[in-house]
Ligand binder design. Structure first.
Ligand code: DGY
Length: 331
């Protein structure tokens, strides 16, 4: 009996050692040891010879790139939950299956969302920087100094009540927030009851009533600038916005203007419209203590990355065993 040929798998970024070791055992794996992002030309060349491409959110796998792929490329097994960086329709047209790594980033991303809510409302980064950037400047405790906004008893409005939105709601409830949400459709009654959540069919109406807006929906053509200039202007001047989803869901320029004008109190951002470029106006606002900025690290835990790698491996193995991979993304 001849041994089954191992699929040739091209991985665009450095992955955790344990994941790479397993990939080497199972596949003819071309790894990225130094983690330098692969150029478009390098990825295009790989797509002419590899059976599987393993991209991440930093790679734009668009229609033109997919059109250039060789006929041997059968699977794009993305090392990511989101798949807005892949033209899934173009892949389907070319007979290429696309998979992602859902479920394993949910809790970590929800944790980071709550961390940003706390950081913005309780001025965590600003406070820490007083001690680290200007040591000796602290004159001691004062009743009127470094006052933030209370979280307990306020209202959170979650935009997108999928897995991550629901995990944020569970945490928010424990922090004494009342839960409001907007979603394409209502979540099941048991979840609504558990979270004591109020559903808003109208996003506009919800935005006008909440103290914290948390963006947790995927980036799709329908959610591009969902938080438009007009909608952001509906928020209360004391309200903050937190985004751990994708930068293009918010009209970033409009949000910056509203923050500068004091028409929104603050923002906690993990994602940006033109990553990895961050608008310098946002950096200025961060230096003024109005916003907290993180470099897209919502899902960045050791455990999460290993779980993502496991999912990629299962998707590839299942596909080459002739079955439907568990995390197939449909066009
Ligand atoms: C994803 O996988 O979609 C995340 O944004 C990366 O952390």
């Amino acid at each position: 009996m001849t041994a089954k040929k191992k699929p040739k798998v091209y991985i665009t970024r450095k992955l955790p050692d344990a994941v790479e070791t397993r990939m080497r055992e199972l596949f003819e794996a071309e790894l990225n040891i130094d983690d330098a992002p692969r150029t478009r030309d390098e990825i295009a060349a790989a797509m002419k010879t590899a059976d599987v491409l393993v991209p991440t959110v930093t790679d734009r796998i668009d229609e033109a790139l997919i059109a250039e792929a060789g006929p041997q490329l059968k699977l794009i097994a993305s090392f990511s939950n989101g798949f807005d960086h892949i033209d899934v329709d173009a892949a389907a047209r070319k007979g290429i299956t696309v998979t992602n790594t859902p479920n394993v980033l949910t809790e970590d991303t929800a944790d980071m969302t709550v961390a940003l809510i706390l950081a913005v409302n309780r001025r965590l980064v600003e406070g820490s920087r007083i001690l680290t950037d200007r040591p000796g400047d602290w004159a001691g405790w004062s009743p009127t100094w470094m006052l933030g906004r209370r979280i307990w008893g306020k209202r959170i409005g979650i935009v997108g009540m999928g897995r991550i939105g629901t995990a944020v709601a569970r945490r928010a409830k424990a922090f004494g927030l009342s839960i409001h949400y907007h979603n394409r459709k209502r979540v099941n009654p048991a979840t609504e009851e558990e979270l004591e959540a109020t559903y808003w069919d109208s996003l506009d109406q919800m935005l006008a009533r909440v103290d914290i807006v948390s963006v947790n929906c995927p980036s799709t053509p329908a959610t591009f600038h969902l938080l438009s200039a007009r909608r952001l202007a509906l928020m209360q001047p004391s309200a903050i916005i937190v985004n751990t989803a994708r930068g293009d869901i918010i009209d970033e320029a409009a949000m910056i203007q509203l923050l500068r004008d004091g028409r929104i109190a603050g923002a906690g951002l993990d994602v940006y419209q033109n990553e990895p470029v961050v608008n310098p106006k946002l950096v200025k606002l961060a230096n003024q203590g109005r916003v907290v900025l993180l470099p897209h690290m919502g899902s960045a835990t050791i455990e999460g990355r290993i779980d993502m790698g496991d999912k990629v491996i299962i998707n590839i193995r299942t596909f080459f065993d002739g079955h439907r991979p568990p995390n197939r993304v449909l066009p």
